[in-house]
Each structure stands twice: as structure tokens, then as C-alpha cells.
Design a protein around this ligand. Sequence first.
Ligand SMILES: Cc1cc2nc3c(=O)[nH]c(=O)nc-3n(C[C@H](O)[C@H](O)[C@H](O)COP(=O)(O)OP(=O)(O)OC[C@H]3O[C@@H](n4cnc5c(N)ncnc54)[C@H](O)[C@@H]3O)c2cc1C
Length: 342
Amino acid sequence: MDNYDVVIIGAGPAGLRCAEMLEKSDKTVLLLEKNKVVGPKVCGGGLPNKDLESFDIPDKLLEKKFNSMTIHSPLFQNEIKSVDEFLYTIDREKFGQWQLGKINQNKVQVRINTRVKEVQSDFVVLDTDEKIVFKYLIGADGANSIVRKYLGLKTEKFCVAIQYIIPSNQYKKLEFFFDSRLFNSWYAWIFPRQDFVSIGCGCNTNKLSAKKLRENFNLWLDKNKIDISKGEYQAYTINYDYQGHKFGNIFLAGESAGLTSGLTGEGIQAALVSGEEVAKSVLDENYKSEKIDKIVQVSNRHSKILNFLDRLGIFRNLALGLISIPLKSKKLQEIINKSLFH
Ligand SMILES: Cc1cc2nc3c(=O)[nH]c(=O)nc-3n(C[C@H](O)[C@H](O)[C@H](O)COP(=O)(O)OP(=O)(O)OC[C@H]3O[C@@H](n4cnc5c(N)ncnc54)[C@H](O)[C@@H]3O)c2cc1C
């Protein structure tokens, strides 16, 4: 039976960042990933240009950079331009491989193709029935986290997001489509990527079943004459039900902790930040993470907006259309940006 100071489950942005931070300590660290390849994940790959400095992401990983977006609603259509680039797109496989490459594997043991099937208070069991003992366990295992389940945390706030990955260079603009009849308070997106485009949508399944969402998405694709015949369909859940990240010797980071936005579905940046912050909490048991508090504050604000939109009923389309109008003014852009995302 192997023994480690720290076992991290999941080599997504949260787990990889956590491993990178712990590598500098004297702890023995094991990172376990169920997939054969580190990186790929059902994701639009949109990375907001916000507080990214400390991660030193090389420019070559930023596929596309956007300083404008078009917002469509049944009532309005607006192109919004900003002086600064506010969103990049990244390829999740390349991003994961870059993060993995930064980890010194003489110090952190990385085991891919290794699924954890059971969690106990001081050991985990792999698919092979091998037991691994830990002092600290970090669940960085995403929306359907086995560690979260072990902790008995229910996930009541979650969305389903679906997308087609279509090999096409035809789409150049970043576009968001609000239509409450199809997506309730959520939206559909077009994210142009390097050699393909991600076209997707999402919704809280308390409001619209996953089946209905897909039917509505197909209607919307037809209406917008989007050819999906060469596209790959993908779907996954997004957990935004944060209930804490420290539970004795067990921690949650990234989406397993529910650190995403229920309003926008973004979670990559929160995963990177929380992965780093959880590593600091392991190294110093008195560490209090202001950065995670901040993510939670922003995410709670997003949940309130989502609830408000949900309650608007038939006026939602009007409200969603009106949202884009103040964004035309630079001053109001700044105010909205600050109050929504900082
Ligand atoms: C359709 C869709 C579009 C999205 N678009 C965006 C976007 O544009 N921008 C954005 O910021 N966010 C987006 N998100 C959310 C984003 O993908 C996640 O928030 C982010 O990946 C969370 O990172 P993480 O490290 O916490 O978890 P993950 O990236 O999910 O990584 C978890 C890792 O744990 C591994 N794992 C799970 N269980 C086990 C186990 N039992 N044993 C071993 N390994 C395990 C998984 O294989 C995975 O590699 C989107 C999500 C969806 C579904």
C-alpha cells in the first residue's frame, strides 16, 4: 500500500495548478487522472482576461483574442467593443499539456489512466483495487466529483451545457444569443477557435430538462442555418453549488467545490485560482483564502442575477435585450464589468 502526504484526484486546471504549487514543498504528492490524456474536457475554452498575470500563460496558447462581441436577443442586436481584449480562447488539451509540462515529475508523481473508485477518510481505492493512503486529499475531480460525494455534499445548483465542435473557419466573431423561450435565463454562444468553432448553449435543468434544451438548441441551429453535419456533439454538467472547500484533511478545488459561475458557466479561471489556494491551505492550516472568498462573492452575485432573471417570466426577453444596451457606453461597460466580475 503506497503512502503520500497529499493525493490529488483530477488533472484538470485545478488539480494541475495545485500539484505545481505543492511541488515546491517537502510533501510527497500523487496526482491521479482517470483519462489517458491530460487536458481534453467538454468546454467552450473561453478564458476571461482577468487576473491571469500570475499564471504566465504563454501567448501561443491563446488561440483567439476578442475585444468585441455581438449580443443577440429577439428584441435587440448590439455589437459591443472594448479597448482591451476581454476574452481569449484556449485549446483545453494544449492548455492541460502545458500545465502538466510545468510540473517536475521527479517531485510529483503523476498517474494517468488511473480512476479513483472509492474514497475513505485516509485512503482511496483505484479501479485496480489498489489502496493509496493519504494525509491530505484534494478533490479536483470536476462537476461529478467522487470526493464531493464522499463528503455528503448535495449538488442542487447545476446547469447542463451542450455544444457542437464544428471544423470550420467560417465564424470570426464572438457571439452570444439570448432567447428565454429556448434557453430560459441562459444563452447560446459562438466561440471561434483555431481550426474549429464551439457552438453551444446551456441551462439550469430545474428550469428546462436536458432533453428539452437539446430540442430547443436544434431549433435554434436550424433557424440560424448552422450546419452541424460535421460537428461533434458534446454535453456535460456545470456545478456552481459552493458549500466550502476545506473539510478537515479533505479539500475541494475548482468545479468539484462548485466554483463556477451559474450565470456564465465560466470555471477555468476559478479552477486555476482555487487549485493554487487549496495548495496554500494544505501547507498552512491557518491560511484563509481571500481569493476563494472573492470567487464565491462574485458567483453569489451571479446566482442572484440568475434568480432574478428566472423570476421575470415573460419579461425576461426584454430584460436580456436591455442588458446589452448600456454595454455600448465605455463608462457603463466599466461599471458593469466591475460590479459583475470583480
Ligand atoms: C459545454 C461546456 C462549456 C464550457 N465552457 C467554458 C468556457 O468557455 N470557459 C470557462 O471558463 N469554463 C467553461 N466551462 C466550465 C469548465 O470546463 C470547468 O469549470 C473547468 O474545466 C473546471 O476545471 P476543474 O479542474 O475544476 O475540473 P475539470 O476540468 O473537470 O477536471 C477534472 C479532472 O478530474 C478527472 N477525474 C474525474 N473523476 C475522476 C476520478 N474518479 N479519478 C481520477 N480522475 C478523475 C477528470 O478526468 C478531469 O480531468 C464549460 C463547461 C461545459 C460543460
